[in-house]
Structures are given as structure tokens and as C-alpha cells.
Design a protein around this ligand. Structure first.
Ligand code: SF4
Length: 315
């Protein structure tokens, strides 16, 4: 394989960890994590009259600010051009994994848009894309093409022997199917061999590193462990704009932290779904775009805290 630039060499050596021995894990770990989560949630889950779905987005939102989460759930998700661009980029990267021959970024983007327009699983994204003007679509193609081009430049060709899988869905049913944890990893490479970890999970990001990205990846590591039985060996957020990545090796402590956070988040989701208490407000970065901002005291608190932080930073 030809690896032509330093970014590609870094992906191979620092991310994929070529030549580095993989850790082994006790096969009982996955069972112990499942048991711990189910034991913590079973009483509340028993009260549910319909399955509760928990995704990385729902966990991040509910643990950030409950009132914000409830507001978002009520208003429902509305597609925007930046959100659509992210989905098109992910689709194009997915297609690049199995594309025959050397792919061109714009060909991948066009094929990705075509599939999203037809794909019932993409929900109302197809309808959103179908309703865009020629100018909006041209801008979307250009922006998405730039990011896909960066992926093709920064990543070495993904060899079949690395077992690349993109947009791989993860789903774990807990407490007799009353709780469903779900996620979709952008890219996984490798596979576990007996008790030896072998999978790398990558989430591609088109913006700046955010504090919840580590938690999102840890959630995927937990799901992967519960599904496969052996944890992945490493997680990484890959930031296409700056060709940088934030890797984390998976350990028992990382998985325990993910399990604790999942229990805390799902507990809140169930309590609010059952109406056991009112949603609390917690000032946090989401105050910047929250629909409740005009009337919520938390937004003012958040702005004030940020002003103080900037003032402290300036002295
Ligand atoms: S403005 Fe901030 S504190 Fe208030 S509901 Fe929204 S995210 Fe929560």
C-alpha cells in the first residue's frame, strides 16, 4: 500500500496502531457491565409502557439540561443545511469504503446525495434535500466535497484486510427490551480475536472538538462491548477540518465511566417520560441555541458565567 503523506502515516501509526500489541479483556466484563446497568434501571424500566430509546444525542442533551432536552423532543428535529452536509459527508465516506477504483470526492458526494434522496431510512432528509434550490444544492456539494476530499487525502486507502465498516449500527436491548440503547459508528476497523481487543471506532467530525465527543465515543465503546463481548481497543474523534484526532485507549475504567453515565442519563430519561418530576434547568453551552433561551433564566446565568470566565482569562 502506498502511504503518501504525513497525515496518512499518522493515521496508520498513531490511530490504527500498526505493530502495537492489542490489550486483552476478561470475557466476563461485558456480562458484568450489562448486569450492573440492568440492575440499576430495572425498577424504573418496569414502569414503562413503551420501550425507551437512548442515543448518544439524547444522553448528551438530558445530562446537559433536562428542560432543553424536553423542549427539543417536543419540537422535533428539523433539518438544516449544516446538518444535511454532515449526513452527506458521512454517506460519502461510507461509500468510499466499498467504492471500486480510486474515488473522486464529488462523485462520492453525488452518489451519497442520490442514495439519501431515495433512502427511506434517512427519514425526512431525502425530502429536505429534494426541496433545496439548485444554488443550495451546489453549495452543499461544494462544502461536502471539500470535507470528503480532506478524508481521501488524510486517510490511507482502507484495505479489506482491516475489515472496515462504516455507519455500523449498534443496538442493545436491556431489561427485557424495555430500554434500547442505540448508536451508529462512523467507521470501525479491525475485529476482536478471542479475548484480544482489535476494533478501532472512529467518529468523523466536521467542526471543532467538543467536550461531549469523548462521552459519545465511550457510549459507542460500551455498546460495542455489550454487542461483541470484547471491547474495542481504541476510540477516536477525527476532525477533518484540521486533520487532527483525539484518541483514547479503552480500559475497564473507561467502560465503567460510560456505564455510570448511561445509567444516570437513562434514569433521567425514564423519570421525565413517566412524569415523576419536572425537568430541571442547567446552564450549559446549549443555552447559546436553545429555543427556551428568550424566557429561561438559565440562559442569562450562562452568559454571565462566560463573561466572568473571559474576564478572568484576560487578567
Ligand atoms: S436556556 Fe439553557 S438553561 Fe435554559 S433550558 Fe435552554 S439550555 Fe437549559
Amino acid at each position: 500500500m502506498t502511504v503518501s503523506n504525513p497525515a496518512q502515516r499518522r493515521v496508520l501509526s498513531e490511530l490504527r496502531g500498526v505493530g502495537v500489541e492489542r490489550p486483552t479483556f476478561d470475557p466476563a466484563l461485558a456480562m458484568a457491565l450489562r448486569e450492573r446497568i440492568e440492575t440499576s434501571l430495572e425498577d424504573l424500566a418496569g414502569e414503562l409502557d413503551r420501550p425507551l430509546w437512548a442515543s448518544k444525542q439524547a444522553l448528551s442533551r438530558i445530562l446537559g439540561c433536562e428542560a432543553h432536552h424536553v423542549s427539543e423532543e417536543r419540537s422535533g428535529f428539523a433539518w438544516s443545511l449544516p446538518a444535511a452536509r454532515g449526513s452527506v459527508v458521512h454517506k460519502a465516506i461510507q461509500l468510499s469504503v466499498t467504492w471500486k477504483g480510486e474515488p473522486a470526492a464529488l462523485d462520492l458526494v453525488d452518489a451519497g446525495i442520490e442514495r439519501l434522496l431515495d433512502d427511506a431510512q434517512s427519514g425526512d432528509l431525502g425530502a429536505f434535500l429534494g426541496a433545496r434550490s439548485s444554488g443550495e444544492l451546489a453549495e452543499l456539494r461544494s462544502d461536502a466535497g471539500d470535507l470528503v476530499c480532506k478524508f481521501l487525502e488524510q486517510w490511507p486507502p482502507l484495505l479489506p484486510s482491516w475489515k472496515p465498516r462504516s455507519e455500523s449500527r449498534l443496538r442493545v436491548e436491556l431489561c427485557g427490551g424495555r430500554i434500547i440503547l442505540s448508536g451508529k459508528a462512523d467507521l470501525t476497523l479491525g475485529t476482536a480475536m478471542a479475548d484480544t481487543a482489535g476494533r478501532l471506532i472512529v467518529d468523523f467530525k466536521t467542526g471543532r472538538p467538543g467536550p461531549h465527543h469523548t462521552d459519545d465515543l465511550r457510549f459507542y465503546a460500551l455498546l460495542d462491548t455489550l454487542v461483541i463481548g470484547i471491547p474495542p481497543f481504541r476510540l477516536a474523534g477525527y476532525y477533518l477540518d484540521e486533520a487532527s484526532f483525539h484518541p483514547e485507549n479503552v480500559t475497564e475504567q473507561v467502560l465503567e465511566a460510560a456505564a455510570r453515565r448511561t445509567i444516570a442519563g437513562v434514569t433521567r430519561l425514564i423519570e421525565l417520560q413517566l412524569g415523576l418530576r419536572s425537568p430541571q434547568i442547567t446552564p450549559n453551552p446549549a443555552c447559546g441555541w436553545c429555543a427556551l433561551r428568550p424566557t429561561c433564566a438559565g440562559a442569562e446565568e450562562w452568559d454571565l458565567a462566560r463573561r466572568h470566565d473571559s474576564a478572568d482569562g484576560g487578567t
